[in-house]
Write a protein that binds this ligand. Structure first.
Ligand SMILES: [Zn+2]
Length: 386
């Protein structure tokens, strides 16, 4: 069969180096002439002592460093505006995002807005960013969102509303994968963020329109190494090989879904974050099983392929193997220790209707699902997850 034409975009440079952030000055000097850095991070990482040695290394090597450490989860617009205000005072040459997905999302917008006359309200949507941005380096401290290699930022703009910025300018110049930074992640965070990355791989692999041979290859390898290492990292957070595999897998999955977008698991997960402040990874972990079952006939062929990729034992026709795959993912989620039901995270049963209404607004994501999903389907899936 001839290959359908497609395009694939990603960041130009990924450096994988255990402990690499401790010699960030040298790594930056290989790529950038600028010596004034603005690091974007969150207060938890500062408190945990992760940031101080990185700043010390930079300063010891002649860099001037400003630190914006006010990022919070599901970052509100105000946080981005405060970061821009701070950035205008310090006039950095390079923006470095150092943290989880929320931090990396803020760093992307900061690099754009500091180099632009555009206001944040001008750039919400797809392809609205004009011109260039400041040089941008992304260093993830969780193995999950893949935000370090995507062209998307998600910003909270109201009590329960979020807007996206999608633009090629959001691809970073340099991504540093230093898995040593992920050693301190507690078990539940390791499980939830890891499952989020697996969802990225699965949804990219079954994405209806933009799935392509490169995103497929990345998604398969991401899922393979993450399923093989998730429980090891959950049991023994200090296991270097498992931490490295999860971080690499999350980045591969990020590259896959930046080009072949995610679908119904994310569409149904987002309202849990907006209305109940359930963390993104955990929201996806809660919706994964029921959505996989809903999709398992339409996506039988692809799920059967993924069963082989992750080495699910057994044989049979495509539907049997697809069902085996769904079961294997559910067993993995149970063993990871991540909460499994909506009621476990404080969701109220009488809000399921409202959640179904909210999920149906995620048309950007729902169009990518392998099978059409109606409001009644969304409600049934939430009931199953409850
Ligand atoms: Zn996700």
């Amino acid at each position: 069969m001839n290959t359908k034409s497609f395009e694939f975009r990603t960041v130009p440079l990924i450096r994988v180096e255990w402990g690499g952030s401790a010699r960030l000055a040298e790594i930056l000097a290989e790529t950038f002439a600028q010596r004034n850095i603005l690091i974007v991070t969150d207060p938890g990482l500062v408190k945990a002592g992760l940031i101080e040695p990185i700043v010390a290394n930079l300063r010891a090597n002649g860099y001037s460093v400003a630190l914006f450490n006010d990022v919070v989860a599901d970052p509100p617009e105000d946080v981005v505006l405060a970061a821009v205000e701070y950035g205008r005072q310090h006039k950095p040459g390079v923006v470095v995002g150092l943290g989880g997905g929320s931090t990396l999302d803020v760093a992307k917008l900061l690099a754009v807005l500091l180099a632009s006359e555009q206001k944040i309200t001008d750039i919400y949507g797809i392809g609205k960013v004009q011109g260039t941005r400041l040089p941008l380096v992304q260093i993830p401290t969780t193995a999950g969102t893949g935000s370090e290699v995507t062209n998307i930022s998600i910003i909270t703009t109201g009590a329960a509303t979020k807007l996206v910025v999608v633009a090629p300018q959001l691809y970073a110049d340099l991504v540093l994968l230093d898995a040593q930074l992920t050693l301190g992640l507690p078990r539940i965070a390791t499980a939830a963020t890891g499952i989020d990355a697996m969802v990225h791989a699965i949804e990219a692999y079954t994405s209806k329109f933009k799935k392509n041979p490169i995103s497929d290859a990345l998604a398969r390898e991401a899922l393979r190494i993450m399923t093989a290492n998730l429980l090891i990292a959950c049991e023994d957070g200090q296991n270097r090989a498992a931490r490295e595999a999860l971080l690499l897998g999350a980045t591969l999955a990020g590259q896959a879904f930046a080009n072949s977008p995610v679908a119904a698991v994310h569409a149904l997960a987002y309202p849990l974050g907006s209305h109940y402040h359930v963390a993104h990874g955990l929201s996806n972990a809660l919706m994964l099983g029921p959505v996989l079952r809903f999709n398992s006939t339409a996506a039988a062929h692809q799920y059967a392929e993924l069963a082989d990729v992750i080495g699910v034992p057994g044989q049979g026709n495509a539907q049997k193997r697809a069902d085996d795959f769904v079961k294997a993912m559910e067993v993995l989620m149970s063993e990871s220790g991540s909460p499994r039901r909506l009621r476990d995270v404080g969701v109220l049963e009488d809000s399921l209707d409202m959640l179904a209404d909210e999920a149906m607004k995620q048309t950007r994501l729902l169009v990518n699902n392998p099978i059409d999903l109606q409001r009644s389907d969304a409600l049934a899936i939430y009931r199953e997850a409850y």
